[in-house]
Design a protein around this ligand. Structure first.
Ligand code: ATP
Length: 444
């Protein structure tokens, strides 16, 4: 089944308050976005699902939150200052700048359509530069991190020592990264400020290939387990020319976006490149001491590096469905219950004070456990449609019978089947069906 069009998703995201244009009241800042009430909930749920699977459920991975601004020496040692470049070309006719390796047609400017008029490609460094302290000068240049990974490498020894880890083990971190992309675009897919979810898995070099295969499979499975459709997901191996300067092998997990297959996540074998560079540059020995073998060596690193903002966008696209119900088109986001921004909507049939009073009692029962919304405006059918459109798994309707029988109607988003449930057993009923972030997925 073909997925939704790009404009359809962008319109939904804007109309329903998932994503807003940043600085909109000033005309907007190109390719910068703010996450609205539903968007921030979706994004937080994606990050929580990642953290849960990568850190909480494993005994071989620990977490970290390192600074965005590090010593510039970190980026010199890692190769980012000299090599984190994209090839920049400029159209001689309209002066639009493009990234050479992303051009569909090397002889045609995608902005003005003229042909064969690009300048020679030059390396453009993607790091944002700023200055630390009140006086801007050459001596105090710092960079906003372009990846979260380096903060992990520089803390390798701190974490290993304090958490008493033996190989193999991983360090996970999620947070903001910044890249001065030449051509950001496709809504939140490629922005200059974005969130990453990265894990560096340190292993004996002899076991690196095995762990590489393991993490490639594991990371694909993560998207599937959260409900992404297998037909929209694929693995693609990088050929030698495409590999980053630090990698000997990379697979991308790709998603079938409205414009075609594109990257969600990269899983790379970074070898001992980073620990070796930081050791040499800093003078601190970051080798691992193997007590059994009685020798020191640099561990190899397998890195699954995903984008949180990009993954949230892909989950949104994948969940989007339109279907005809009794002659009417209904839009429904079939988001996994763990990702859905609102888990339960509580809807009184009318605004009569007696119903509102019971509604508030029901809401206060559910509010401490799940993200809920109380919606009292407009006809009940419209309110159901509004909740379907943002992926709310359950609607609880309080009606006049509730006043007599103490029961409410619970409607399932996907099947639209309605159950009559006593308010006393409502929490248990929903807990049986809903995932909550603490307890994992929807019970089968
Ligand atoms: P590309 O070659 O497309 O610029 P990359 O392969 O350099 O990207 P990585 O360095 O592997 O990307 O980054 C890991 C992940 O971080 C990506 O798979 C993506 O999900 C996310 N990411 C990278 N750059 C951006 C961006 N500009 N906007 C949003 N997410 C990004």
């Amino acid at each position: 089944m073909p997925g939704p069009g790009f404009d359809t998703i962008v319109n939904l995201a804007k109309k329903r308050g998932f994503v807003f244009q940043a600085s909109e009241i000033y005309g907007g800042l190109r390719s910068a976005y703010d996450y609205g009430p539903l968007g921030v909930a979706l994004l937080r749920n994606v990050k929580a699902a990642w953290w849960r699977s990568m850190v909480q459920l494993r005994d071989d991975v620990v977490g970290l939150d390192s600074a965005i601004i590090q010593s510039p020496q970190v980026w010199e040692a890692s190769g980012h200052v000299s090599q984190f470049n994209d090839p920049l070309v400029e159209c001689a006719t309209c002066h639009a700048r493009h990234r050479l390796d992303k051009l569909d047609d090397m002889d045609r400017c995608p902005t003005c359509g003229s042909s064969g008029t690009f300048t020679e490609a030059r390396d453009f460094n993607l790091m944002f530069r700023t200055h630390m302290g009140p006086v801007a000068g050459d001596g105090n240049v710092v960079y906003l991190r372009p990846e979260t990974a380096q903060g992990i490498f520089t803390n390798f020894e701190n974490v290993r020592r304090t958490s008493r880890r033996k190989l193999p083990f991983g360090i996970a971190q999620l947070g903001k990264s910044f890249r001065n992309e030449i051509t950001p675009g496709q809504f939140v897919f490629r922005t200059r400020e974005f969130e990453q979810m990265e894990m560096e898995f340190f292993t004996h070099p002899d076991e690196a290939d095995r762990w590489f295969d393991y993490w490639v499979a594991e990371r694909r499975e993560w998207y599937l387990e959260l409900g992404m459709r297998a037909a929209n997901l694929r693995l693609r191996e990088h050929d030698a020319a495409e590999l980053a300067h630090y990698a000997v092998g990379t697979y991308d997990v790709e998603y079938r976006f409205p414009w075609g297959w594109d990257e969600l996540e990269g899983i790379a074998n970074r070898t001992d490149f980073d620990l070796r560079c930081h050791s040499e540059r800093s003078g601190r020995d970051l080798r691992y001491f193997d007590q059994v073998a009685g020798r020191r060596f640099y561990p190899y690193v397998i890195e699954p590096a995903a984008g949180a903002t990009r993954a949230a966008f892909a989950f949104l696209i994948d969940a989007y469905h339109e279907e005809v119900v009794r002659g009417m088109t209904r839009t429904v986001l079939r988001l996994d219950t763990r990702l859905a921004p609102i888990k339960v909507a509580v809807l009184p049939l009318s605004k009569k004070p007696r119903l509102l009073e019971v509604t508030e009692r029901v809401a206060s029962l559910l509010r401490p456990v799940w993200d809920i919304e109380v919606d009292v405006t407009q006809a009940i059918g419209r309110r159901y449609r509004r909740q379907d459109e943002v992926g709310t798994p359950y609607c609880v309707t309080v009606d006049f019978d509730t006043l007599d029988d103490g029961a409410v109607t619970v409607r399932d988003r996907d099947t639209m089947v309605q159950d009559r449930i006593g308010v006393d057993s409502l929490q248990g009923y929903l807990a049986d069906r809903l995932a909550d972030p603490q307890h994992g997925g929807r019970k089968k």
